[in-house]
Design a protein around this ligand. Sequence first.
Ligand code: TXA
Ligand code: MG
Length: 317
Amino acid sequence: MTGQLVRPDAEGLRRAVAILRADSVVAFPTETVYGLGANAFSERAVGEIYRLKNRPTWNPLIVHVADVDAARALAETWPEQAGELAARFWPGPLTLVVRRARHLPGIGAANDTVAVRVPAHDVALSLLRASGLPLAAPSANRSEHISPTTAEHVVRSLPDVPLVLDGGACSWGIESTVLDLTGEVPRLLRPGALGLRVLRDVAGPIALPDAETADGVARPSPGMSRRHYAPRARVVLCKDVDDVDRSGLAGPIGVLAYEGTEGTEILSADPREYAADLYAALHRLDDAGVATILVQEPPQTEDWLAVRDRLGRAAAK
Ligand code: TXA
Ligand code: MG
């Protein structure tokens, strides 16, 4: 598509590493979504992420590392639970918030803590190993827009990104689950790819976000602003898409539904498969030029927590 999209072969990785070492940024695939990465030790490089994404500086970034030892090196203390969770779920879509080691610069407003994860993607791991750097990397989209699950999505959202390693579509298609391990009990900061049930098997009880706001959307993590993950079109959630009064809605109208219903985009009735295709479907609806997206609300069960969270934010005005 453009010269920025690069195959993640030896030459592509070499170019990416050279850019990272020169304090600039590179987009790369992970198993969740594409990340926009920079050397976490370089304040200049991290600043470049905030500038390109137009991200508010109070919102801290996740630092990606190649293995548990590299994660521990960024932490002041490494709780026993971090060890257990990492052993079970890393590499994988789980981000752990722990106390930050003093030699790592604070990233965003997170003065005392750092969010770390080991991504389960060959390209991401090759990049981490080849660069030898911990990579601060938020999702590679403009702030508040839909996260990218393909390299093409990245270039469309961030045309000025110097290089994108093209690893095809992301398998999970939704961001990692973020758990805060700095308190007595692990606390869920962002529902994500890994469900609570599997996490509880290892971590025991998990505190859920307590700060429900007036609009019913929790705002537990600095980055969980109400409007987020938003397509250009207006998103309207509804119990039954056929029952909605469409007279007041701007057209063209697209319908995002799950199996068994009529719609422009039909997603799986299985929460994991639904999540894997959700952002790509929202991108497609935007590309089709719809002004309104009617979204059939998924069931109110824990398995659908992350999907419901993202849809709720996409629909917030
Ligand atoms: O799956 C993912 O997590 C993707 C891929 C690229 O790894 N990354 C991602 O990053 O979603 P981002 O920046 O879009 O979201 C990071 C979330 C935000 O809600 C941010 O506020 C929170 O993690 N976060 C980062 N550092 C934190 C910290 N020290 N304490 C609390 N929350 C933190
Ligand atoms: Mg993001």
